[in-house]
Design a binder for this molecule. Structure first.
Ligand code: NDP
Length: 249
């Protein structure tokens, strides 16, 4: 397939990991990109590197997805820059797993704000534009933790289960309107995500699993790109991918 060139793709969480690798693969294939995250220096660095390596346009906007206004401004920026949005990749995420008994309310709320509300804000502002265009594609990075709950992952899993419900709702509500809904559910992947786990034992366990059995961010990015590079009438609704060496959920 060659259905990526000149598509306008907005990526949240593009400053590192899966978002950054997806941006790289898409730039190689000639997509026009709007990169978003909070670390502006990293976004600038990624955008400049991609523009100098590939002949496509890459812009960026500092965005905190927990702030509704900033997500609205991101979508406005994409439209004022490129005039359309073909794909919104809701990828920003946080995974400070912990035991329920430890009651880490601040971390629970941060995950709910980023993983669920941040993605919903993206849908709120991008979907009306896509409906007007009569085409568009919303992709959300979920997780195998959105299908199974392990020790310590209750709230993280809850946010990912929630997005599974939202993305299936998006699919059924938009049938016949030219809008695609895709959920990407990776297993362990070697990114910065686990560094923010505050429980030292869980952090060590997750980092060890990722090091031993993790996918690379690029492996996951290939799945995202595959879902974009499909004929207009084909929706890839869900992809679950793990390293062949990952045994646990
Ligand atoms: P990273 O930590 O490398 O990437 C997370 C990205 O989210 C960063 O670019 C970060 O940028 C951004 N982000 C975090 N908070 C906010 C915020 N409030 N506003 C805007 N951007 C934000 O990890 P991954 O690449 O692994 O994570 C990407 C997605 O993949 C997440 O949704 C995660 O849940 C999911 N996932 C990851 C797995 C793994 O094992 N790594 C497995 C399954 C799913 P910045 O700090 O600059 O804002």
């Amino acid at each position: 397939m060659d259905n990526i060139k000149n598509k306008v793709v907005v990526i949240t969480g593009a400053s590192s990991g899966i978002g950054k690798e997806t941006a790289t693969l898409l730039a190689e294939k000639g997509a026009k990109l709007v990169l978003a995250a909070r670390r502006e220096d990293s976004l600038k660095e990624v955008a400049q590197a991609l523009e100098s390596n590939y002949s496509t346009e890459v812009t960026y906007k500092k965005t905190d997805v927990t702030k509704q206004k900033e997500v609205e401004e991101l979508i406005d920026f994409a439209i004022s820059t490129f005039g359309q949005i073909d794909v919104l990749f809701n990828n920003a995420g946080l995974m400070p797993v912990s035991m329920l008994r430890d009651g880490k309310v601040d971390e629970w709320e941060a995950m709910i704000d980023i993983n669920i509300k941040g993605a919903l804000y993206g849908i709120k502002y991008a979907l009306p534009i896509m409906e007007k265009q009569k085409s568009g594609h919303i992709i959300t990075t979920d997780s195998v933790a959105g299908h199974f709950t392990g020790e310590g992952s209750s709230v993280y899993s809850a946010t990912k289960y929630a997005m599974r419900a939202v993305m299936e709702g998006l699919r059924v509500e938009e049938v016949g309107k030219g809008i695609k809904s895709t959920l990407i559910s990776p297993g362990h992947a070697q990114t910065e995500l686990a560094n923010k786990i505050s429980d030292p034992q869980l952090r060590e366990a997750v980092l060890k699993s990722e090091a031993e059995t993790g996918l690379s961010a690029k492996d996951v990015a290939h799945a995202v790109v595959y879902s974009i590079d499909t004929p207009d009438n084909v929706g890839i609704n869900e992809i679950i991918l793990r390293s062949i060496n990952q045994r646990d959920y």
